[in-house]
Ligand binder design. Structure first.
Ligand SMILES: NC(=O)c1ccc[n+]([C@@H]2O[C@H](COP(=O)([O-])OP(=O)(O)OC[C@H]3O[C@@H](n4cnc5c(N)ncnc54)[C@H](O)[C@@H]3O)[C@@H](O)[C@H]2O)c1
Length: 253
């Protein structure tokens, strides 16, 4: 069976944007992909796109904040492809540039759940499997330049992306001897659907960005996907526990 050979990658938030671009790139490289997203229609669309390139694709409707959904995602992956080698924790949401004076605890909790708790929960499932089976593995977490600087998002987004970088470094430090790597990427502005979720953003939060930060170049999702695919490959085996910025020079200016 064709799909029983080669590596397997789970990609969360693969129904759109950066995750979708990673899935297409992986299919072109004959890596089997599991498309995990909470949006069923997006999954169907991306699975159809990937199938034009490779038959080795599985779509699993998953709310990454739901532990049962994550267990089901892992179980279905093992059932379909027999293993998992690469985990891309990519699903993420914005917070409308929320400021701390206007803190909405529901928004805070939701952003933390999707952007930090979910990568931790799915990493737990996959790392336990790798350790149990004595298999090497790679985790790539999609952070953001908002995880390194203060004004590239609202308070919960910036806090969550700083936290996911901490999560990445901790995993890399603890599991080095188990042949498990973890790397975070920090994209700048990328042309995806995430911007459509900004609805009447907090003006004070936006002001911090527009007043003190120069406008950066807008990247294509493939600019980020190319780097993520490299970071998860054996060629990048000496890159571990760090953050790779992919922003067209935005934060360098
Ligand atoms: N686009 C940018 O400018 C940019 C910049 C820096 C970092 N990022 C990060 O890149 C990642 C991907 O974002 P994108 O720009 O491709 O956005 P996108 O909105 O195009 O795609 C995100 C996908 O995640 C899915 N998703 C959201 N919540 C989910 C949940 N609870 N469970 C499962 N799936 C869920 C959405 O349905 C969507 O398909 C995010 O972590 C984001 O924070 C994006």
């Amino acid at each position: 069976m064709e799909c029983l050979k080669g590596r397997v990658a789970i990609i969360t938030g693969a129904g759109s944007g950066i995750g979708e671009a990673i899935a297409i790139l992986y299919a072109q490289k004959a890596i089997k992909v599991v498309i995990a997203d909470k949006n069923e229609e997006s999954i169907r669309k991306v699975v159809a796109e990937v199938k034009k390139i490779s038959p080795c694709v599985l779509g699993v409707e998953t709310d990454v904040t739901n532990q049962e959904d994550l267990k089901n995602l892992f179980d279905q992956t093992i059932r379909e492809f027999g293993t998992v080698d690469i985990l891309i924790n990519n699903a993420g949401i914005l917070d409308n540039f929320m400021t701390v004076d206007a803190l909405d605890l529901n928004v805070w909790q939701n952003v933390m759940d999707v952007n930090v708790k979910a990568p931790a929960m799915l990493s737990q499932i996959v790392i336990n499997y790798w350790i149990r089976e004595k298999k090497p593995g790679v985790i790539i977490n999609t952070a953001s330049v908002g995880g390194m600087f203060g004004a590239r998002g609202g308070v919960s987004y910036v806090s969550s992306k700083h936290a996911v970088i901490g999560l990445t470094k901790n995993i890399a430090s603890v599991y080095r001897e188990d042949n498990i790597r973890a790397v975070a990427v920090a994209p700048g502005s990328v042309n995806t659907n995430i911007g459509n979720t900004l609805k009447r953003p907090n003006q004070k939060g936006m002001h911090a960005l527009t007043e003190y930060v120069t406008a950066g170049p807008l990247g294509d999702p493939r600019d980020i996907a190319n780097v993520i695919v490299f970071l998860a490959s054996d060629e990048a085996k000496f890159i571990n526990g760090t953050v790779v910025t992919i922003d067209g020079g935005w934060t360098g200016a």
